[in-house]
Ligand binder design. Structure first.
Ligand code: HEC
Ligand code: HEC
Length: 335
């Protein structure tokens, strides 16, 4: 008996030592990465225009990376804060700690002014910062991994033209063990990235927009560690809480009970376009419980053709039933 207990104790000690070694190895480990490219990206007018479209509309970098007016409907930006950083992600976003979206303006002290083009491009799609440290995946670099090389360069060219705001955000604080596990998330790209050609593959291009536009990310349910649930793509049900209140994302599959099961393409496009004149200056204060993190304002700037391709793509999804109430804290109409 004594022998057995001793043997068990040895084994247990062995496991503790091994676990300790694994933690130590992870603590010392650098995230997977490759050196940033030394290329200076040529600033062409086409890239500037495309970059503005991607940053301000499709990928909506600015809602996270600026100060928003969270009491106004649709969370418009506070004028003059574009790209200065700001949005704090905490427990309500399944972040164990606090991570703020940083200053991405060309400010040399607090922004990307001292970063090379290659360092910015690597952060965007491969998830490590200038020093090669892991970015928390609340920054959607796992989605931007699919962004084509040309689109990524366009984003870079536009970022370089933002007004350089002298503003810093609070430092990142991640609890153990997530501060270590986050190092396992970044992945270097393994080759050139291209986008489907919208002229020949409208469904493929719609899917592309839905990935780099965050539709897939927000409209797919996540577990309590922030991981997407398998086989539930686009079915909605992710709960998001923040300074604006609480939302649950709706189902975007074309199930007859869901919006995409009912709306025509013209209705879908028109719904986005109806917000095109709302800005930080004229957006109304949101009714109680009815503010929304859905980027209606930025997405209203998508071209009708791009919105049409998003619609065509969403209509190809398998229809899955999932009824949600996107505004769980809104007073019911009767009360
Ligand atoms: C959902 C919110 C969100 C969106 C959308 C978003 N970001 Fe971020 N971004 C973050 C957060 C949060 C961080 C901080 C991560 C960290 O510190 O670990 C970050 C970090 C970064 C960094 C690294 C900055 C630094 O100082 O380390 C860059 C560069 C960046 N984002 C660029 C972009 C661009 C360009 C876009 C649009 C194509 C974008 N982000 C869209 C949330 C977002
Ligand atoms: C940051 C998270 C987020 C992103 C990104 C996002 N959505 Fe949403 N979306 C929401 C939330 C939350 C709602 C529910 C509240 C509302 O209707 O305003 C919503 C509502 C919608 C609705 C209304 C559905 C209904 O049942 O009435 C449509 C359509 C929609 N989103 C499409 C899209 C498309 C297309 C994209 C990508 C181009 C996208 N969303 C990106 C969070 C998001």
């Amino acid at each position: 008996m004594k022998k057995l207990i001793r043997a068990l104790l040895f084994t247990a000690c062995g496991f503790v030592v091994l676990a300790g070694l694994a933690v130590a190895a992870l603590a010392l480990r650098r995230p997977a990465q490759r050196p940033p490219s030394a290329e200076r990206i040529e600033r062409t007018p086409d890239r500037l225009a495309r970059g503005a479209y991607l940053v301000e509309h499709v990928s909506d970098c600015l809602t996270c990376h600026s100060e928003v007016q969270s009491d106004r409907w649709g969370l418009p930006l506070k004028p003059g804060t574009a790209g200065q950083g700001g949005f704090p992600f905490g427990k309500e976003f399944a972040v164990p700690g606090v991570v703020c979206a940083q200053n991405i303006t060309p400010n040399p002290a607090h922004g990307l002014g001292s970063w090379t083009d290659g360092e910015v491009l690597r952060a965007l799609r491969e998830g490590v910062d200038k020093n090669g440290d892991a970015l928390f995946p609340m920054m959607p670099y796992q989605d931007y991994r699919s962004m084509s090389d040309e689109d990524a360069k366009s984003v870079l060219v536009y970022l370089r033209t933002l007004a350089p705001v002298n503003h810093s955000v609070p430092a990142k604080k991640l609890d153990f063990p997530v501060n270590l596990f986050v190092k396992l998330v970044p992945k270097p790209l393994d080759g050139p990235v291209t986008a489907p050609d919208p002229k020949t593959d409208r469904i493929g291009y719609g899917r592309y927009l839905s990935i780099i536009g965050g539709c897939h990310e927000c409209h797919t349910p996540h577990d309590d560690k922030g991981k997407l649930l398998p086989k539930k793509d686009y079915t909605g049900g992710w709960e998001m809480k923040g300074p604006w209140g609480r939302n649950i994302t709706p189902n975007l599959t074309p199930h007859p009970d869901a919006y995409l099961g009912r709306a025509t393409k013209a209705e879908f496009v028109g719904r986005f376009k109806s917000f095109v004149s709302l800005t930080g200056d004229n957006a109304p204060v949101a009714p109680k419980g009815r503010n929304t993190i859905m980027p209606w304002l930025p997405l209203s700037g998508l071209t009708e053709d791009d919105l049409g391709m998003l619609y065509d793509f969403l209509k190809t999804l398998p229809p899955i039933e999932n009824k949600v109430n996107p505004f769980p804290d809104a007073p019911s109409p009767a009360s």
